[in-house]
Design a protein around this ligand. Sequence first.
Ligand SMILES: [Zn+2]
Length: 430
Amino acid sequence: MSAPTTPRTSPEADRALLADFAAMSAFGATPAGGVERQAATPDDAATRAWLAEWLTARGFTVVHDRVGNMFGLLELSPGAPYVLAGSHLDSQPRGGRFDGAYGVLAAAHAADRLRRHYAQTGTTPQFNVAVVNWFNEEGSRFKPSMMGSAVFVGELPLDTALATTDTAGVSVAEALDAIGARGETDVFGRARRVASYAEIHIEQGRELDKSGTTLGLVDRTWAANKYEIAVVGSQGHTGATAIADRQDALYGAALIVVALRELTERFGEELHTSCGQLNVYPNSPVVVAREVRMHLDLRSPSDELLAAADDALRARFAEIELQADVAIERRFAHTWKGHVYQPEGVALARSVAEDLGVSAMVVRTRAGHDSTNMKDLVPTVMLFVPSVEGISHAEAEFTADEDLCTGVDVLTETLARMLDGALHRSETRS
Ligand SMILES: [Zn+2]
């Protein structure tokens, strides 16, 4: 056990954090206490502008990369690589105010505390620090989710991301240009390197809340298979077309929704399935639907179980095609396997929690995060604070003030140790 290297929080620091969080939550606020700030919309832009002003006022240099990721750079050790910390400011439609936004603000406050700490003590850390707001983590307006971090780590080509369109036909490039968030360089690359990454996020699950634990140390992600499919039938009159003649795309879609749920009965708690979006064409009261587009989502901590569930679903697709006389086409897939976070990152966070006297437990993340991408590039620490009743992607999402404040304390000390080279040193990105 070693003593913390940074000063513990003060009541003023806690108050400033909570006041900033309240100010930030006003952008895109919804009546029931949530926010709606889908990627590159005016409300997302307003939140970004607020953060940029906050960072600039404290000496950070704010820059955007070519896919709209926003960085607040703080050079403490000229020429040295950067430790990145952040999350995402975009939200789901009628989403919660904590998902992502808390992690960005926590990183900003932690980095600013460190800035003042080094200035006061006259010390220089080994690495620099940058706050990051990843573009389009949520994937609600533009698919796939975790887009900005995927481009950053090289898992998604920049041009593919920029050409992606929303349902109105607006491309990512156009949307970023409209809010002035498309930069001209990669920001990080040969000249400026990344050493490691840290992210704090609400748990979006019940493990911490149930057990009364303050901090989650994330050691694994669940694997996910996400599909956009089209169920293609034939348009007809709901009164005049004989049942035997119908190729009702909505009937086929309904069978798929049920099949997804039934998979969880067969595979148990280690499988989560959903159909989160369903668009019916032409969606008219007296017309048999000709086509339904759906977004399906299968997740499991086990790659093997996920593959088996996927096989079972495909077998059901073949049956449903016959039963509803429709064709089921796969349009788009976004998948990731279950992965481990670097054990040294988990160990670092555990030692920080012990030294600060914060209760902690190891948890797996079911949701994807930008850290899911970043851990493939550099040593990564992923932390969770409790979500009351596990509610997320909904306006009722809630995390207690005390947990928000403790999370920033833990992140600050974790970053301090990362800046001193506690994790793998000078990993580079080419
Ligand atoms: Zn999130």
